[in-house]
Ligand binder design. Structure first.
Ligand code: CP
Ligand code: NVA
Length: 303
């Protein structure tokens, strides 16, 4: 593994290896066992969109690994004035040991990887959010002690989270059912990948998707960059909500996951969110551990 650009690039073995290392690093951190695996290294973090979890977990994670993280807002970089990402990649490769980037186009992340010669980590694009899904899988495995054979359902927009969850969950052997309204299906590349899996279903009824589910996921109806469509989307997604009615058809011990930030009473009710706050905030915490594992695998010299 040279980069983390999207879930489609990872093998099942690579995913499980990252989850195992994430569990180990979490244990070590909780028990005060130092792990200075990236001593003296620097991660550059380029943000073209807002962030709370991604920024803070990468920065804290890098510090815990003995390294240093640089917050690089695209507004302040020359990228914001039109310097091409290809040149930025070649310059940054001379100074630092890895780049995390959050941006719009997936092609921008792929370009960075092509032109730079240091590891690139996708911290969210319109197409994918692999760091989030690795943390999600770590969390599900912690609660359920397994991944293979679990039934997951995703209700809502066929966005970056739906794309990455579909690929990640299928790769680790979960049954995947998505409920998305017409016109808001996941990306074609993801649907092509999923077509090879008999345990994948895309339906329009949220209740059908939730039936007997072990884990329910949802995400915002309007992602970053789609603020102008919020009203139109509020109409299109009416009914695509995790609420008591949906939970009544899931397994009685079903988990609810949300990558956050959440819009209460849109994609999830405040009541369900609070009832499942333990797993949702463990999920947020696991961003730290899963990303530390990714950085160690990509950046530590001996790996
Ligand atoms: N879930 C997530 O990526 O959160 P931020 O946008 O706060 O980084
Ligand atoms: N789909 C959301 C995820 C935020 C973490 C977005 O792209 O805004």
């Amino acid at each position: 593994m040279k980069h983390l650009l999207k879930m489609l690039d990872l093998s099942t073995e690579e995913i499980i290896d990252i989850l195992n290392l994430a569990d180990q690093l979490k244990y070590e951190q909780k028990h005060g066992i130092p792990h200075n695996l990236l001593k003296g290294m620097t991660l550059g973090m380029i943000f073209q969109k807002s962030s709370t979890r991604t920024r803070v977990s990468f920065e804290a994670g890098m510090y815990q690994l003995g390294g240093h993280a640089l917050f690089l807002s695209s507004k302040e970089l020359q990228i914001g004035r039109g310097e091409p990402v290809q040149d930025t990649a070649r310059v940054l490769s001379r100074y630092i040991n890895g780049i995390m980037i959050r941006t719009f186009e997936q092609s921008e992340v792929e370009n960075l990887a092509e032109y730079g010669n240091i590891p690139i980590i996708n911290g969210l694009t319109d197409f994918s959010h692999p760091c989030q899904v690795l943390a999600d899988l770590q969390t599900v495995r912690e609660y359920k002690n397994k991944l293979d054979g679990l039934k997951m359902c995703y209700i809502g927009d066929g966005n970056n989270m739906a794309n990455s969850l579909t690929v990640g969950c299928l790769k680790v052997g979960m049954d995947v059912t998505l409920a998305c309204p017409e016109g808001y299906h996941p990306d074609k590349r993801v649907l092509n990948f999923a077509a090879a899996y008999p345990n994948f279903k895309l339906v329009s009824s949220p209740k059908e998707a939730a039936a007997d589910a072990d884990v329910l996921f949802t995400d915002v109806w309007a992602s970053m960059g789609q603020e102008g469509e919020a009203e139109k989307r509020r109409i299109a997604f009416k009914g695509y909500q995790i609420n008591d009615d949906i939970m009544s058809v899931a397994k009685s011990d079903a988990m609810v996951m949300h990558c956050l930030p959440a819009h209460r009473e849109e994609e999830i009710t405040a009541k369900v969110l609070e009832q499942h706050a333990n797993e949702i905030f463990d999920e947020a915490e696991n961003r730290l551990h899963a990303q530390k594992a990714v950085m160690v695998r990509l950046m530590a010299a001996e790996n």
